[in-house]
Structure formats: C-alpha cells, structure tokens
Design a protein around this ligand. Sequence first.
Ligand code: ZN
Length: 127
Amino acid sequence: MEKTAEDYMYDDEADKRDAEWVESELQKGGKTDAVLSCPQCLTQICFECQRHARFAEQFRAQSVRHCEIRNDQLFVYGSRGLLEPKTERTPKGAEVFRLVECSKCQARVGVADSDGVYHLFSVVVGM
Ligand SMILES: [Zn+2]
C-alpha cells in the first residue's frame, strides 16, 4: 500500500515525548507532602518536600525558594539531640548545619546540611 501524506506526518517520537513530559510534571507536582511557607511573611518557600517520619512539623527538601543559606551561622546537634550553635568545644567531625533564612524577612526557617539537603522546621504548612 502506498503511503499517504498523513503517514509521513505522523511522528512516533511525539507520543513518547508527551508521555515523558506528563510523567515529569506529575512527579514535580505530585510527590510533595506539603507546600511550606515562611512563618513570618508567608512567602512560599518550598513546593517539594518530604515530611519527617517521626516529627510531623519537620520537613526535608532538595530545593527551596526565596531562602538564603547563612555560611556564618553554623549549628551542630548537641547531646540532647537539639541543634545548638557550633562552638570551639564542638567535637571535630560533627556534622555542621548552616542556618537557612527567608530571604524576604530573614526569619529562620531551618538548616541546610553538608549534602545540600534542607531541613525545614520553622514553617507554615499548607497544601
Ligand atoms: Zn519571610
């Protein structure tokens, strides 16, 4: 059978590309546990995060918006399991966290670890 113009216009790859696009968009929008906002100015700072397994008000995220990492404000986990400022007495090798602030109002929203993962715990949770 002779091919018609339509056969030539049909693009196999287009279907595949569409499916890939939908998949990636769904992943972007569908995998988050919550949308997080600054507690002070309510700027939305995170659209993709994971709720902490044990602490409902704590979230982990790979990327945030409208936030600044303060390289001059360092924290470590103290003996009571709480974050405290890094001091000269902090043992060597302790994991150091940097303060994360809202870039609009400088509210403290969480910390960033050495792998670039954000730990957000002072946030307003919405969907
Ligand atoms: Zn803010």
